[in-house]
Design a protein around this ligand. Structure first.
Ligand code: FAD
Length: 418
């Protein structure tokens, strides 16, 4: 079977790998000239297998006025007057219930567990090195109320999943000596020893190199893909004046997926959620981090990536629902830079430019995996803030659905139009 994977981000490449392992002939097509150039390039590097709670929740609903009107909030929603944006927001509001939040958390935990197991297999089979390690995650709180809520949440989750420890401020600083938050400003933290991190761009490069060695895999890079429909079926895509035909197509275009779907004649509920990151060097060895750290009240994550030439710290944050806008907004980038300087001892000149990327966000934060309304087109997109974490699991699910195999997780939770 000949399958064309649309998109060479972490989701598309994980899908291409799973298809190739299943014996398919695979073509990967992307507008960029090299792989992993979209949201997968500079993300937060968290393999966040236990922190999968959706953005849509009763708590987010309570804070909505601040998100709409506070220009300094780490999350910003800029109202846009187009039908897709209005529909997305309506669906988002309807997902802000405790029942939906619980349903999403359960579904995402199952997909995340599958993803961890699949990544283990891919890492070994393809012999990849992408700075993956079980670093543990320390989420620290500056605000008493948010720490109290986190403590209640950790206690409620006791026995349900990963082991978690609630620490006071001094214990946080002892466990993570790289943290430079003044003791008086730190209320406490929650530590989850089993959490992992890894460099998704290095994963993309590594897996693409392995795929390129196979005769049954080819890459068509450097051309935007447009659908070619015949009698309502997707039979080919056109890129750079060439038609690529295949038996099936898998849509993995990240935040570009909704546009492709529109050209096919249906709407995908995906909005770009813009974020920013830096990759800093610690000022010296004492500034290195042992764990992945989240500064919860500033909503910035820090991931120490141990590269052969020394540690770099990926600092990522900001979630702006501002449409398909790839520009760097200096104030928003500066918020991540300032937040990093307030928490760690890094050399701010080691990354003078920073990076921005668009998370492909669905209203309920779950990816969309499975059949589309167009025969010939399977969906594997909309992974939002967890695309790196979920890539290998959703690739497995997509391939199982395409090949008619028993799915490893209940597919209804991820179906289009759920
Ligand atoms: C600041 C930030 C921090 C994040 N942190 C984390 C984290 O810590 N952990 C985590 O799990 N996830 C994180 N994410 C989310 C994660 O990065 C994304 O969910 C994931 O990268 C999405 O992968 P993708 O392959 O679907 O999309 P992308 O990586 O964006 O790839 C899509 C590809 O499609 C191509 N494309 C689009 N349209 C077309 C077209 N018409 N024709 C041809 N090609 C096209 C693009 O060139 C691109 O290569 C973060 C994201 C951001 C922005």
């Amino acid at each position: 079977m000949r399958v064309c994977v649309l998109g060479a981000g972490v989701v598309g490449l994980a899908t291409a790998w799973a298809l190739s392992e299943a014996g398919c002939e695979v073509i990967v097509a992307d507008a960029a000239t090299t792989v992993g150039q979209g949201a997968s390039a500079g993300n937060g590097a968290q393999l966040s297998y236990n922190f999968v709670a959706p953005f849509a929740s009763p708590d987010t609903l309570r804070h909505l006025p601040a998100l709409l009107f506070d220009k300094a909030a780490p999350v910003r929603i800029k109202p846009q007057f187009n039908l897709d944006f209005l529909r997305w927001n309506l669906a988002f509001l309807l997902a802000c219930t405790s029942r939906k939040e619980r349903e999403t958390t359960v579904a995402q935990l199952a997909l995340a567990a599958l993803s961890r197991a699949e990544l283990d297999i891919v890492e070994k089979t393809a012999d990849l090195n992408f700075c993956r390690r079980v670093a543990g995650k320390l989420v620290v709180y500056r605000d008493s109320d948010s720490f109290a809520a986190a403590r209640r949440q950790a206690e409620a989750q006791r026995g349900l999943g990963a082991e978690q420890m609630v620490l006071d401020g001094p214990e946080c600083l002892r466990r993570e000596p790289g943290l430079r938050i003044a003791p008086g400003l730190l209320r406490g933290g929650v530590y989850t020893p089993s959490e992992e991190l890894g460099d998704s761009a290095a994963f993309c490069d590594g897996i693409a190199a392995r795929l390129a060695q196979r005769n049954s895999v080819s890459f068509m890079m450097g051309g935007r893909v447009a659908p070619v429909l015949r009698d309502g079926n997707l039979v080919a895509v056109r890129a750079n004046g060439t038609e690529i035909e295949a038996d099936h197509f898998v849509l993995c275009l990240g935040s570009g997926s909704a546009r492709f779907a529109r050209a096919c004649g249906f709407r995908l509920p995906i909005q770009p959620m813009k974020g920013y990151s830096f990759t800093f060097r610690p000022r010296d060895r004492s500034g290195e981090l042992r764990h992945s750290v989240t500064d919860a009240d500033r909503k910035i994550v820090f991931a120490p990536l141990d590269r052969p030439d020394g540690q770099v710290i990926r600092a990522a944050g900001i979630a702006d629902l501002v449409g398909e806008d790839h520009r760097i907004h200096p104030n928003r980038l500066e918020a991540v830079r300032r937040g990093t300087a307030d928490a760690l001892d890094v050399d701010l000149d080691s990354d003078p430019t920073g990076w921005t990327g668009l998370r492909p966000a669905t209203p309920d934060s779950r990816p969309i995996v499975g059949a589309s309304p167009v025969p010939g087109l399977l969906l594997n997109t909309g992974h939002g803030a967890l695309g790196w974490t979920l890539a290998c699991g959703s690739a497995r699910l997509a391939v199982q659905l395409l090949l008619g195999q028993e799915p490893s997780v209940p597919p209804a939770a991820f179906a289009f139009g759920r």
